[in-house]
Write a protein that binds this ligand. Structure first.
Ligand code: HSE
Length: 325
């Protein structure tokens, strides 16, 4: 990494929720949602202290094992810099944990951008995406969290290849399930090899999902948002999941998918359908089998994570997370 520039004493990072896969786009499609974690990094005190407010404040660790700190440390190591003697991180967490809404991606991106900003931005956007993917284990949520909008991301010969696509803002409905189903568990049981016919089934649909979201064509989205690579296996671990997806369609959803690796479900209302009704229908269907969930209605956004000195000087733009390319 190049030498560091001028570094501030405190920085603030905002990082969004994301939904990955979008049905057929397993590990290669991510979409940014307008729900934001805020992390303020201050060079102060001794050692590392993390304060957490909001989602997960009762369970998230306050020290070195916190994911924001681990990501922070990863970038510091990569830059060849020493960890700060004293670092306080104040996290306001809005993205529900372990829900399929990219909470770990938001934490990782926060830590990486916080460290990069405090060190005077030694890491390029591509380096930050590579580090985020390394820490997360898959690129779709972190790429969308960094870039904003709809992101297509694949492993290229010279690193990750990403394409950011601006999408028309869409209101989505979510049932954020309280069942415990971690991404690692959800990935562990997926097969290493899949049938060619299933791969073909997903490839064409993933391309159509991208085009449908790009032009805001909910009818096409409804036809294309289906999957044969991961959702069925995951829905087996999500009691009421199939029924909730059917309930969403009955309430006016054009398309429904498992959000990321689950356990939340995401639905895209057809024109004229009430997004709140769709979310409520999914929550009610899950409740019928004893699964508690929370209804969320969120807009998609073209904004990605950003970081800047804190307190911000008037009129100063924060650095974007990761412009593509
Ligand atoms: N693509 C990842 C998976 C997303 O499906 O496991 C996890 O949020």
């Amino acid at each position: 990494m190049p030498p560091c520039g001028i570094a501030p004493d405190a920085v603030r990072v905002v990082a969004p929720a994301t939904t990955a896969n979008l049905g057929p786009g397993f590990d290669c499609l991510g979409l940014t949602l307008d729900l934001w974690n805020v992390a303020t990094f201050t060079l102060a005190g001794e050692g590392v202290e993390v304060r957490v407010a909001g989602e997960g404040s009762d369970v998230l660790p306050h020290g070195a094992e916190n994911l924001v700190v681990r990501a922070f440390r990863r970038l510091v190591d990569e830059a060849g810099a020493p960890m700060p003697a004293g670092l306080r991180i104040d996290c306001e967490v809005a993205v529900p944990l372990s829900s399929g809404l990219g909470s770990s991606a938001a934490a990782i991106v926060s830590g990486l951008l916080g460290a990069n900003e405090l060190l005077g931005r030694p890491a390029s956007a591509a380096a930050i995406l590579a580090l985020a993917t390394e820490v997360e284990g898959h690129p779709d949520n972190v790429a969308a969290a960094l870039d904003g909008g709809l992101v297509v991301v694949v492993n290229g010969e010279e690193g990750l290849l990403t394409e950011r696509i601006e999408v028309r803002p869409i209101e989505v409905a979510l049932a954020v399930s309280q069942i415990e189903y971690s991404t690692s568990a959800a990935r562990a049981e997926l097969p290493t090899y899949v049938a060619l016919a299933d791969a073909v089934y997903n490839m064409g649909r993933a391309a159509l999902v991208v085009e449908a979201l790009r032009r805001g064509d909910l009818e096409l989205l409804g036809k294309a948002m289906d999957d044969r690579l991961h959702q069925a296996q995951r829905l087996e671990h999500m009691p009421g999941g199939f029924a909730a997806m059917a309930a969403a369609r009955q309430a006016g959803a054009a398309a429904v998918a498992v959000s990321g690796s689950g356990p939340s479900l995401i639905a895209f209302p057809a024109p004229g359908a009430a997004v709140g009704d769709v979310a409520a229908a999914m929550v009610a269907a899950l409740a019928q089998v004893g699964v508690r969930s929370r209804p969320f209605t969120l807009a998609t956004t073209d904004r990605g994570a950003s970081a800047g000195p804190w307190p911000a000087a008037a009129g100063v733009e924060t650095a974007a997370g990761s412009p593509s390319g």
